[in-house]
Design a protein around this ligand. Sequence first.
Ligand code: GLA
Length: 389
Amino acid sequence: MIDAGTVREAFRELFGGGEPRLFRAPGRVNLIGEHTDYNGGFVLPMAIERGTTVAAAPREDRRVRAHSVNLGSTAEFDLDRPGRPRRGVWFDYVEGVAQALVRRGARLRGADLVVESDVPAGAGLSSSAALEVSTGMALAAVSGASVERVELALAGQEAEHTYVGTMCGIMDQLTSACGREGHALLIDCRSLETTAIPLDTTETVVVVCDTRVKHELASSAYNERRADCERGVELLRHVLPAVTALRDVSVEDLQRYGGCLPEIIRRRCRHVVTENARTLRAAGALRAGCMEEMGRLMWQSHESLRDDYEVSCAELDALVEIAAGVEGVAGARMTGGGFGGSTVNLVSRRALREFGSTITTEFTKLFGHAPVVYVSEAGGGAKEVMNAE
Ligand code: GLA
C-alpha cells in the first residue's frame, strides 16, 4: 500500500507551494467475463486494494506538469495545445484523459501532479485504468469541475482509443471508478449499468498469481481480436439482421448459424458468446454463495480463452494447470487482456499455504522464475483521500 505521506512529500519537493489534494483509483481483477466488454456483453470484475495515488494542485496557467514517482520521469503539456498522440510514453494516459475530459465539456485548469502506483504494469490488473481514472479525477476536482463516475470512466477509455491506441472496452475504467469494497461488480457493458454483488470471503478468497511475463504485441493482438469480433457481427447480420454486437447472439444462434463464418472468426465468436452466458451464470452463483459453480465456470472460461480466443500463453496455462492439481482450489483462469499478466484463483482458506508453495515451486521449475502470489480483497472505487487516511 502506498503511503500517502510519501506522495505528498514528493509533491512538495518537486513543486513546492501549498498543500496538494490526494486522490486514489484502484486496479482491478476480473473474476469472469473476458473480452466480452467491447462486444456489449457482461463482465464480473472487482476493484483491488492496489491502485494509483495522485497528489494534485491547480495552477494559474493552462499547463499540466506530471511526475511519476515509479519511473522518476516528469512531463509537461498544455491543455490548449494537444501533443501528438501514441508516443508510447506514460503521460499519453494523462494527457489523453485530460483531453477527453475537455472534449466532454469539463472546464479544466492547469495543474501539478505527482503520481505513484503499486499496480504492477503489464500484470493484467489495469494499471493504465488506475492511472487514467486517478489523474482524471484529480484534474477535474482541483479545477472545480464535477464529473460523474461513469463519465470519468468513459474519458479514460477515450484516452486509450485516441492517445494510447488500444481499442479497449469499458470494464477496467468503470471498475476503477465504481468499485465497491467487499463486492464484485456485474457490469452490463451496453447500458453501463453496474450491480454490486457481495463477495463472501469467509471460506474462499481471491488469489492473484502474476506470471511476471509481459508480451510486447499485446496491444496489436488485442485490436485484432476486436476486429475479428466485428467481422463476425457483420457476417452474422446476413442471417440475424437484428444483431448489432455479439451480445445479441445466443449460444443456440451460433450453433445454428456458425457454419457461415470462417473457422477462426467462428471460434472467436464462440468464445464471446459462451463467455457471456458463463458470466451471467457466475453472477448467479456468486449471489447464491456457490463458489464451486463459480469455480467451474472459471475453468471453462480459461479453456475458451486458450483454445477459441487464443489470448493465453504457456505461463498462464501452466499456472492454471498447477492450480487445478491443488486440493481446495475451486477455480482458476487467466484474467485481463491476456498474452501474459496474471491468473485469478478461488482458493479455500485452509488450502492457501499449500496453494502458494505448490504454485511457486512448480512454476519456478518450469520457467526459472517465481510468480508473485497474493490474496486480493475487493476494494472501493476511486476517491479523494482525506488527511486522516
Ligand atoms: C483489457 C481491456 C478491457 C477488456 C479486457 C479483456 O483489460 O482494457 O477493456 O477488454 O482486456 O476482457
